[in-house]
Design a protein. Structure first.
Length: 211
């Protein structure tokens, strides 16, 4: 499968984090201890700690944890783990329903990062792994296994499906183009959480993005 004409990237968060993110921005894990981010965390502490140590080959002085991570697809492997609620390293047990997808346009993000001096990269597999390969040029996007990224049944391509896009330090709220949610009830929570005077992306119920 070739590179999509207009690739999108997705970050998942608990709905109760939206007010903080929309008021400020989405911070990387390395910055979170210095900020008042608010809301429910959904990551795995052990993996987050590892990512703070894992360096990127394309930017040797930059760690994975110093970047905000995105997947190249909704309905990620991580969302499945959240849905199952039984992984020993997962502290969050609230299921997938309150989790929302923040969607952005990859090319818009790259343009913004270039203009603001933020480094970016992408990995060909799970960025938490010690063997993940990373790249930092758009003409290398074809190295991603796009068929795996788009696969609904990813049992035979789990690592490739978890390819990530990483942007240094933080991600601005105004680059979020759409918010995909599990249900109308969550859509109402999203609308209530977004502060006045800030950009309001479209909010859409996207049940196929969930398990």
């Amino acid at each position: 499968m070739s590179v999509p004409d207009n690739p999108r990237i997705y970050h998942i968060v608990h709905v109760d984090r939206l007010t903080s993110i929309a008021t400020d921005r989405l911070w990387c894990d390395a910055e979170v201890p210095e900020r008042t981010t608010g809301g429910t965390g959904i990551g795995m502490p052990d993996l987050k700690a590892r990512r703070l140590e894992l360096g990127l080959r394309s930017h040797p002085e930059l760690t994975v944890g110093a970047c905000v991570p995105f997947y190249f697809c909704p309905r990620s492997v991580m969302l499945y783990v959240i849905h199952k609620r039984n992984h020993r390293q997962l502290t969050y047990r609230g299921g997938q329903e309150p989790i929302v997808h923040l969607e952005a346009n990859l090319l818009d993000v790259v343009d913004w990062a270039g203009s603001e001096g933020h480094r970016w990269a992408f990995t060909l597999s799970n960025a938490s792994s010690f063997y993940a390969e990373d790249r930092c040029r758009l003409d290398q996007l074809g190295e991603i296994d796009w068929a795996a990224v788009k696969a609904s049944d990813w049992r035979e391509c789990k690592e490739a499906k978890q390819a990530e896009f990483l942007v240094e330090k933080f991600f601005p709220w105004d680059l979020v183009r759409r918010i995909g949610v599990f249900s109308e009830a969550v859509a109402r929570r999203v609308s209530a959480a977004l502060p006045p005077g800030r950009p309001r992306p479209s909010v859409e119920v996207k049940r196929p993005w969930y398990y």
